[in-house]
Design a protein. Structure first.
Length: 194
């Protein structure tokens, strides 16, 4: 949709300019708290299964080893990182991903290949739209880390319960998305953050 892409470019450009002071303060906070690197990048699966590198402010110790799934209270999360994750401010660098066309403001959240492959058939239809900074699943699973913390096997719970539920919401989005619907999701996301 041309209107959707135009909206993505305009909003992400404005956000990067207007939020520049905030981005600098966060970058400084990350550096003072835990050093370099400031940004965390990770390969994700995007539109038509093309890979891209998602950008976030780093919220964990540099070179931290462990599960790909993060649960509430994870010892790898830094002091500043905890605040960034709760407020979702760690996601702000993704406005760059939106600007360059790798992501959209609204669309199914991009996953890593490890979790896409077991559901490749479902993703074949989901990845006909650009992945987004927020979507229905981001709203529904706002406290995902807390939910997974209560599970005996968080990784198994994610793959067998959480991810399929997210894919159901992604399917719903793909079949009925619209510019108006995107604004509703953005509004609901803002309410959740507040």
């Amino acid at each position: 949709m041309i209107a959707k892409r135009l909206c993505d470019v305009v909003v992400s450009s404005m956000a990067l300019v207007i939020l520049a002071p905030v981005l600098l303060v966060i970058a400084l906070a990350v550096f003072l708290d835990s050093g370099l690197p400031i940004l965390f990048t990770q390969e994700r699966i995007g539109l038509h299964f093309r890979t891209f590198r998602i950008r976030k402010f780093r919220t964990m110790v540099a070179n931290g080893r462990g599960n790909l799934i993060t649960v509430s209270g994870d010892h790898r999360v830094t002091r500043v990182g905890k605040f960034l994750r709760i407020t979702k401010l760690d996601e702000l660098p993704q406005f760059w991903n939106v600007l360059v066309g790798e992501m959209s403001l609204v669309g199914p959240r991009p996953e890593i290949a490890q979790y896409v492959e077991p559901f490749r058939e479902r993703y074949a239809s989901i990845l006909t739209v650009r992945p987004g900074i927020t979507d229905l699943a981001s709203i529904e699973f706002r406290n995902e880390e807390e939910v997974l913390r209560k599970c005996q096997d968080p990784l198994k719970a994610y793959v067998e319960q959480v991810l399929p539920a997210k894919l159901d919401l992604a399917d719903k989005y793909v079949t009925s998305h619209s510019v108006l619907g995107d604004f509703v999701i953005l509004f609901r996301t803002a309410l959740k953050l507040i």
